[in-house]
Design a binder for this molecule. Structure first.
Ligand SMILES: CC1=C(/C=C/C(C)=C/C=C/C(C)=C/C=C/C=C(C)/C=C/C=O)C(C)(C)CCC1
Ligand SMILES: [Fe+2]
Length: 564
């Protein structure tokens, strides 16, 4: 009888395949079945029920595995932390044993998207953002937790699995042409967008009409999934004729609309567009022209206030030349143009008119946290405040996120400093805006990214943000941090050697305080474990955790699908 162990290159990686209770269960080496370990270790009474980690709810599934790449491949892989180790199984589902108490009001599914597979065959990808998208779900019901993961079946992923090689252009990876003719064909495909990836590995949003869409920065990488099964339903096809190839990876999604920005690489600028629930048609609200620089700035996310869309224009700009290159450049598809300056543009949501375009200090941000309007005593809006995770205008963060750098941590403090950058954008016609730290960055170890807020405070004056900070030395943000923007203080959660993913706030139904709710994160632990963690949104103390039967790779952004 064939037996496959999943002992990985880390030596501490264990994975309970979905096939554990299926006809494929012979694929698990007896002494290595973590289900057995769980059964013996974790039969406990909880809320009067006997809880064991079991996957009996899962239907028999094919055991599609992703064998780890050979160590000898010579491109930097040393398998040092489970956060940066590809998941071995295409999918899994099961109930987790919960330590602590999950509040009974927490009913629904937390979904987290992110790269989960960083190799095809023996070829290792170079950058964190190259990995093939993997969804993780945590389904909370009656104080219990059913979890799972599944690869998103994008064209890029399916083609790589079928042909055992990279077939589409990813963030830093480009497929190797077989010959000169195919190179020419490849260039043509690039202009049409055909060779760009649809690997939707960045975020996941629940639209007001109930559809759940995974996203990346290519428009074609908008993929509808089923939040219960994590199955790939199909492409989200935009029915309009706006064209373009890329968009912001972080649309603003509310009960009434979906707003996003489409950078225009031909006539440098941005289109702000709106899509109504139940439709696939984006309509133009307005346009911002870039007055300086050869191309628009990278726009991974953007903030909104009640009445305005803020269009950030960073000096880290898209670069058509770099898009065409076969090998990654130091700044990938982008270029740093400090001479072209940095701007914040303000567009009226209702009219599409630009009401301010101010020059601001140079900055680098991927993630805006929130924004709101400042008013005078007559209720007139005098300025906008926009907060972001700001990397001190230093582009080196992109390099630090190379997989090889993440995997080869030596204990030295190499994470570049970051802060909560607070922009003040005057609406009185002044040409300049300010950018300052909203609190002393030492409060959060000078690490700052992957943020969430109470969604009821979107576009409103707010007090709390949840993000990943740093406890130094480190090479990656390693704390969960609650930022109090009024007291200018941070409270940090830390587990030595652990890599936590974005803390996601879910408000308690009926809450009247901004921080009344829970914060969900998934942790890739030092010993190779993976666990879901629940912190109290107010005290920031742990209230529950639940261990997966396998280690979790790092993930990016999540969303909440409430139980109906
Ligand atoms: C595939 C193409 C592109 C893809 C761009 C992608 C996938 C961008 C993803 C960006 C992400 C996930 C940014 C996250 C930042 C997180 C940070 C800084 C965390 C820091 C921690 O300290 C384009 C580049 C759009 C070009 C076309 C092809
Ligand atoms: Fe992001």
């Amino acid at each position: 009888m064939a037996s496959i162990t999943f002992s990985g290159t880390t030596g501490n990686f264990s994975l309970l395949p979905t096939a554990a209770v299926s006809e494929n269960s012979n694929h698990i080496k007896d002494g290595f079945n973590p289900l057995k370990k769980n059964l013996s270790n974790t039969r406990k009474k909880h809320n009067g029920r006997s809880l064991v980690s079991t996957n009996v709810a899962s239907p028999p599934l094919p055991a599609i595995t992703h064998p780890p790449p050979k160590r000898e491949s010579g491109n930097g892989y040393d398998g040092s932390h489970v956060a940066w180790t590809s998941v071995r199984q295409e999918r899994w589902e099961g109930e987790l044993l919960v330590q602590g108490e999950i509040p009974l009001w927490l009913k629904g599914t937390y979904l987290r998207n992110g790269p989960g597979l960083w190799h095809v065959g023996d070829y290792n990808f170079r950058h964190l953002f190259d990995g093939y998208a993997m969804l993780v779900k945590l389904h909370f019901h009656d104080g219990r937790l059913t979890a799972g993961h599944r690869q998103i079946e994008s064209e890029a992923y399916k083609a790589a699995m079928k042909n055992k090689k990279l077939c589409f252009r990813e963030f830093s990876e480009v497929p190797k042409p077989n010959n000169f003719l195919s190179y020419i064909g490849e260039l043509a495909n690039l202009f049409s967008g055909a060779s760009l990836t649809d690997n939707a590995n960045t975020g996941v949003v629940k639209l007001a009409d109930g559809r759940v869409v995974c996203l990346t920065e290519t428009q074609k990488g908008s993929i509808v999934i089923d939040p219960a099964t994590l199955e790939t339903v199909g492409k989200f096809e935009y029915s309009d004729t706006l064209g373009g190839l890329i968009h912001s990876a972080h649309p603003i999604v509310t009960d009434t609309e979906f707003l996003t920005l489409l950078p225009d690489l031909i006539n440098p600028g941005y289109l702000a567009v709106r899509m109504e629930p139940g439709t696939n048609e984006r309509k133009v609200i307005g346009r911002v022209d870039c007055s300086r620089g050869p191309a628009p700035g990278w726009v991974h996310s953007f903030p909104v206030t009640e009445h305005y869309i803020i269009v950030p224009e960073m000096p880290l700009r898209y670069c058509a030349g770099n898009l065409l290159k076969a090998e990654p450049t130091p700044l990938y598809k982008f270029e740093w143009h400090p001479d072209s300056k940095a701007f914040m543009h303000v567009m009226c949501k209702a009219s599409g008119n630009i009401v301010a375009s101010v020059e601001v200090p140079l900055y680098i941000t991927f993630h805006f946290i929130n924004a709101y309007e400042e008013t005078d005593e007559d209720g007139r809006v005098t300025a906008l405040i926009a907060d972001c995770c700001e990397h001190n205008a230093d582009t080196t963060i992109l390099d630090k996120l190379k997989i090889q750098n993440l995997r080869s941590y030596t204990g030295k403090d190499v994470l570049p400093d970051a802060k909560v950058g607070r922009f003040r954008i005057p609406l009185d016609g002044s040409p300049y805006g300010n950018l300052e730290a909203a609190l002393d960055p030492n409060e959060h170890g000078r690490g700052m990214d992957m943020c969430s807020i109470n969604p009821a405070f979107l576009g409103q004056k707010y007090r709390y943000a949840y993000a990943c900070g740093a406890q130094r030395p480190c090479n990656f943000p390693n704390t969960l941090t609650k930022i109090d923007l009024v007291e200018k203080k941070a409270k940090n959660w830390y587990d030595e050697g652990a890599v936590p993913s974005e803390p996601f706030f879910v408000a308690r139904p009926g809450a009247t305080e901004e921080d009344d709710g829970v914060v969900i994160s998934m942790i890739s632990a030092k010993n190779g474990d993976g666990y879901a963690l629940l912190l109290d949104g107010s005290t920031f103390e742990e209230i529950a955790r639940a261990k997966f039967p396998y280690g979790l790779p790092y993930g990016l952004h999540g969303c909440w699908v409430p139980f109906k």
